[in-house]
Design a protein around this ligand. Structure first.
Ligand code: FAD
Ligand code: FES
Length: 286
């Protein structure tokens, strides 16, 4: 099976299908809760009522983590909306500390406020006719998929989810998926070998070939995105992938997050504005 060198070279914007996204807004949102999750991640709950009400699955926020009068980091950091609660007016984020920005984010205490801009980007295009949807997330990438399960709870569409991670402490989303009534959740890890692509292909084809999903949504791993594309071809399913990039503005001004794919003579799509969710086109003939 030949794969493109990078997923971003084989994606197309899904905006024409999805329709326009809500106009973003901003809050100086209060930190309501901030706590470690397992060994490696942090859970953050923020008051952001308008963003909570508007956000669609797969959209994200930009969080400014410099406090008033602080010099750095000036640029905000993109974070997926892990869950939102319209009644409570809150959004939740789960993140890993990897550098200065997320290190600074981790110092915020309940009661402090931060600038939150969102909801941003084009999210997943859910097909109301789909009977089954497969979500395939790796590590922190699962956070871009969880609001799909939130929106499909109490609908006839069955959610099947793969939550992959290095070990049990880096697998995210299992309890959330079950809480939203997912039909099946596969939690797979590198430590027991269940997350490798061959094992996962075998598992998914053996369980789903008889009744496959009509849509596959993925985030967090190039290898898993390639597998999703292969399964999409096998099952004639629509495949959508959420991509990541370093983002300075998150709203389409700086042009620093181009996918690199060319759409005619114009600049290639921007991950923050045309994505982060794109259609992953068929691999047949690629
Ligand atoms: C749409 C979107 C949604 C995201 N959602 C989440 C989320 O829910 N939870 C979460 O933990 N992270 C998420 N991220 C990634 C998060 O934005 C970065 O980890 C964060 O900006 C790093 O900032 P930093 O200053 O701590 O690290 P930096 O000092 O900027 O970088 C530290 C290390 O992380 C790498 N890195 C930084 N940003 C990215 C990126 N966007 N993609 C890949 N590698 C990167 C750098 O190359 C470097 O190796 C998301 C990114 C995008 C684009
Ligand atoms: S981050 Fe500025 S255009 Fe995408």
């Amino acid at each position: 099976m030949s794969h493109p060198t990078a997923v971003r070279e084989a994606v197309t914007p899904i905006r024409p299908v999805h329709g326009s996204s809500p106009t973003p807004t901003w809050h100086r949102g209060t930190v309501l809760e901030h706590a470690p999750v397992a060994d490696r991640y942090q859970y953050l709950c923020l008051a952001a009522p308008t963003i909570a009400a508007l956000a669609r699955p797969g959209q994200f926020v930009m969080l400014t983590v410099a406090r008033d009068n602080q010099q750095a980091p000036v640029l905000p950091r993109p974070m997926a909306i892990y869950r939102r609660n319209v009644q409570a007016g809150t959004i939740e984020v789960v993140y890993g500390v990897v550098g200065d920005g997320t290190g600074q984010l981790a110092t915020f205490r309940p009661g402090e406020r931060m600038l939150i801009v969102g909801p941003l980007g084009q999210g997943f295009a859910l097909d109301a006719q789909a009977r089954r949807v497969l979500l395939v997330g790796r590590g922190i990438g699962t956070c871009s998929l969880t609001t799909i399960a939130q929106d499909l709870a109490d609908t006839p569409t069955q959610v099947l989810a793969v939550a992959s991670g290095r070990d049990a402490t880096s697998v995210i989303g299992g309890p959330l998926y079950r809480g939203y009534g997912a039909h099946t959740v596969f939690e797979v890890t590198d430590s027991d070998g269940s997350s490798n692509v061959d094992s996962l292909r075998k598992l998914l084809t053996s369980v789903l070939d008889g009744d496959p999903p009509q849509q596959i949504m993925t985030c967090g791993s190039e290898r898993l995105a390639h597998l999703c594309r292969e399964l999409g071809d096998r099952w004639q399913a629509d495949v959508q992938v959420s991509l990541e990039a370093h983002m300075a503005c998150g709203i389409g001004y700086c042009h620093g997050c181009a996918t690199g794919t060319r759409s005619g003579p114009e600049e290639s799509p921007l991950i923050c504005k045309d994505g982060p969710v794109f259609r992953y086109t068929s691999g047949v003939g690629a």
